[in-house]
Design a protein around this ligand. Sequence first.
Ligand SMILES: [Zn+2]
Ligand SMILES: [Zn+2]
Length: 85
Amino acid sequence: MDRKQYEDMSKLMARKMGAHEPEYFSLPDGTRVIKCQPCEGSGVCDRCHGKGKEKNGLFSSQTCELCRGTGECRACDGEGWFKSL
Ligand SMILES: [Zn+2]
Ligand SMILES: [Zn+2]
């Protein structure tokens, strides 16, 4: 699957529909999915921006609390979208 293609599609839809409505779109195979809001379809952790680490006070960096170091959005596991229910 081509994730970049899905990202471009969801960004296009975000512009058309506004960012706060749940956004549905269909994958090329016909599966209906909802764009992930926390990462806005990027699949990248919103907190560390994919680095897996974050700056924190005395420590130069520590494992990102949101993604636990994976750098992927925890809401969608890095996919950028969910299967609709
Ligand atoms: Zn993170
Ligand atoms: Zn996400």
